[in-house]
Design a protein around this ligand. Structure first.
Ligand code: TRP
Length: 329
């Protein structure tokens, strides 16, 4: 059975971008493939989080993964730092990753521009650690957002380079797995393009009804259409994009018609949008507190996940070591 793997950096609560961009898709496929979902806590160390926040962030993602419907009986859920085999593979792959190609990575250049005072080696080799995450289970499919395409391309490059150099087929080339119907880009409602934590425009799975409504009602709009059937400016298109994710087709059509005949009232549309977001997120939110308070359940999930992940990881590592010529005396 094909291996599917994805992960998320442990930097805080999950927002609708994470949910519709990837998580909802994971939940749907978790019993159709051999699925691994992990929390990338080591990756989050590039920004030197406070030790207490570090653990808290892992717990938040774990809890929200489970609340959103990831089922530890169907897939393997684990914490990256619990699986030391990933770090060993990272060391091995670092020997095949060139400084120039790492420096040319868009995400790296972006970080250098934004935080010139913290250009550490972990940041430079972020794609190598990510490739190790993927290759350690010999994954074929990685459901992630478009923004990770370049990182995935690098994982393929490292896999191919390893296989060619050592004349093996240890690593299959991993590919992006798009949700049924194509990739989903969740827009921000502040005219900022995508929804993201660093963009500061997130609507979170843990937000209550009042917070969600407030965020949606604040969405940037324009003065309204002047002529029938006119194209939508980006901020309005964003409202519709989000609506298509959370509302019924009838609701979307209703507002499309209102847009087309210039009778649209953004206030009504936002109210509907907020309501429909709540319909999807509030059941998840309701589970978050219960799960977060059940520490024996969380402990069980993480330790079962670690055992399963380590069994798979050590088998791959054994093959990689053998291919390289690392032998036991
Ligand atoms: N880089 C990913 C992100 O920022 C997180 C991540 C780390 C990841 N390792 C991964 C995603 C392996 C998929 C597979 O979202």
């Amino acid at each position: 059975m094909d291996v599917v793997l994805s992960g998320i950096r442990a930097t805080g609560h999950l927002h609708l971008g994470n949910y519709f961009g990837a998580l909802r898709n994971f939940v749907k496929i978790q019993d159709k493939y051999n699925c691994f979902y992990f929390i990338a806590d080591l990756h989050s160390l590039t920004t030197h989080p406070h030790p207490e926040d570090f653990h808290q962030n892992v717990k938040i993602i774990l809890t929200e993964y489970l609340a959103a419907g990831l089922d530890p009986d169907k897939c393997t859920i684990y914490v990256q730092s619990d699986v030391p085999e990933i770090c060993e593979l990272y060391t091995l792959l670092n020997m095949l990753a060139y400084k120039g190609e790492l420096e040319r990575t868009a995400a790296f250049k972006d970080k250098v521009r934004k935080n010139p005072e913290n250009v550490n080696a972990g940041l430079l080799t972020y794609p190598v650690l990510m490739a190790s995450d993927i290759l350690i289970h010999r994954s074929s499919w990685v459901p992630v957002g478009k923004d990770q395409d370049q990182h995935l391309e690098m994982a393929r490059t490292f896999a191919r380079r390893f296989n060619n150099l050592y004349g093996t087929e240890v690593f299959p080339e991993p590919h992006a797995m798009d949700p049924v119907g194509g990739p989903v880009k969740v827009p921000g409602l502040d005219g900022n393009g995508k929804m993201g934590k660093s963009e500061g425009n997130g609507i979170y799975l843990c937000d209550d009804e009042k917070t969600i409504t407030k965020k949606v009602m604040r969405a940037v709009t324009d003065a309204g259409p002047k002529t029938p059937d006119s194209p939508k400016p980006e901020v309005i298109d964003n409202l519709f994009t989000l609506m298509k994710l959370v509302s019924t087709p009838d609701t979307v059509n209703y507002f499309e018609e209102k847009w087309n005949d210039c009778s649209i009232r953004y206030g009504d549309m936002k109210k509907q949008l907020a309501e429909d977001i709540c319909k999807i997120t509030l059941p998840i939110r309701a589970r978050i507190d219960d799960i977060a308070n059940d520490s024996s359940y969380l402990h069980r999930v993480v330790s079962d996940g670690r055992d399963k992940a380590r069994a798979s990881a050590s088998a791959t590592l054994e093959m990689a070591r053998e291919a390289i010529g690392i032998k036991r005396f």
